[in-house]
Design a protein around this ligand. Structure first.
Ligand code: MLT
Length: 203
């Protein structure tokens, strides 16, 4: 089980749910305000990563910044996917409308779920994501919508890496929107406003 925080939708119908996945050192509460900003009507499920790096929660192990422990990543990807399935039953969520919202390490595991467990999310907002792994075969992401917000000056993620992820998702059939801004690894307000507009239209 994962430490998590669930906030039902205001209508109580939980028709759309944002699954909030934090960056390194974050927790299940971190992205709740962002979720409220992106989709005020949605139910919110904030999840805490189980791996600790110097006391900081993450969703999978890494060997160095941007260098992932692939075996752990694969294991954690399936583990998190099963938890989301269970949470969908427990909280009676509409499985056809589960949107991942991930930042940094959380965006990377969300991308990994898209590639290895394509049934889980109907859409995803990937904030500062990179290629988590190269899948052995393309998943079927037909009908899935993905927004990627990337920073051209991001010191952790080269633009080509985010572009490679976008290409992988597109080749798998996803409808991908990629925005690059003049920013670093941290998010800026205009990007979040863009994400809000995208979520309002698409999710
Ligand atoms: C990762 O480990 O997922 C990336 O290096 C991003 C981060 O969490 O800093």
């Amino acid at each position: 089980d994962f430490i998590h925080r669930f906030i039902p939708s205001k209508t109580g119908r939980n028709d759309t749910t944002l699954v909030l996945l934090h960056g390194t050192g974050g927790n299940e509460e971190d992205l709740l305000p962002l979720g409220q900003f992106l989709a005020p009507e949605a139910a919110l499920l904030g999840v805490r990563g189980k791996v600790l790096e110097g006391g900081m929660p993450r969703f999978f192990r890494r060997l160095a910044e941007g260098v992932f422990d692939e075996a752990d990543l694969i294991f954690r990807t399936h583990e998190l996917a099963r938890f989301i399935d269970e949470a969908a039953s427990t909280y009676e969520l509409n499985r056809a409308r589960l949107t991942a919202v991930g930042y940094s390490n959380g965006a990377n595991i969300a991308a990994s779920i898209l590639l290895l467990e394509p049934e889980v999310f109907s859409s995803a907002v990937l904030l500062r994501a990179m290629v988590p792994l190269e899948p052995e075969e393309y998943p079927n992401l037909q009908g899935k919508k993905v927004l990627m917000q990337c920073g051209r000056q991001d010191p952790i993620i080269a633009p080509e890496n985010s572009e490679r992820l976008a290409a992988l998702l597109k080749m798998s059939g996803a409808d991908v929107t990629v925005h690059f801004s003049n920013s670093g690894h941290g998010l800026t307000n205009p990007e979040l406003a863009q994400a809000q507009a995208w979520v309002g239209k698409v999710v």
